[in-house]
Write a protein that binds this ligand. Structure first.
Ligand code: SF4
Length: 108
């Protein structure tokens, strides 16, 4: 059996700029991942704290829920570099690692 059958080939690097075919959300996800890979938080552009904590328990995180046709919740950060907006560009994910501006919330 040939080893080349299982060789995935050289790794490919995908950046958001290289994928104009993707949606804005998909390109943003790639950019966010790339920033976190180099230790930068996508929301604040500050260094990741490296504490194992996440945005979910930070006092600056808040959830916004709208009850229209169906309930939907967005997560925002008071210190987001884009400010507070209704845009998906200012959304955060509660699973993201905390940045150095993290402060424990009331439930911590
Ligand atoms: S850790 Fe806190 S301040 Fe930093 S991005 Fe997350 S919610 Fe915002």
């Amino acid at each position: 059996m040939s080893d080349t059958l299982f060789d995935p080939g050289p790794p490919t690097i995908t950046t958001a700029k290289e994928r104009p075919d993707l949606s804005a959300d998909a390109r943003r996800t790639i950019r966010d991942r790339d920033l976190m890979d180099v230790g930068i938080h996508p929301a604040t552009r500050k260094p990741l704290a490296g504490t194992g904590l996440t945005c979910a328990t930070c006092v600056h995180h808040h959830a916004v829920t709208h009850y229209t046709s169906r309930a939907k919740t967005w997560h925002k950060c008071d210190l987001h570099r884009l400010g507070t907006s209704h845009s998906a560009a200012s959304d955060i994910r509660t699973s993201w690692p905390a940045c150095v501006l993290y402060q424990p919330g009331d439930d911590q």
